[in-house]
Design a protein around this ligand. Sequence first.
Ligand SMILES: [Zn+2]
Length: 64
Amino acid sequence: MRPEDFDVPRPPTPTPGCPTCRALADRRETARLRRDGSAETDANVLLRRHQRSAHGNREQRQAR
Ligand SMILES: [Zn+2]
């Protein structure tokens, strides 16, 4: 796993109409409501990884 998967400055946005994105975003939201930071990060990692493979990496890495 790459370091940027753990450093999440900007959470990935779920793609409209994708059930997997919605499920992961829902999971992230639930974790946030429970103040479960590690579960929230975990959901972000899964969502980002899913988007990278399923949606062709729409989220380009931002130049800082
Ligand atoms: Zn998706």
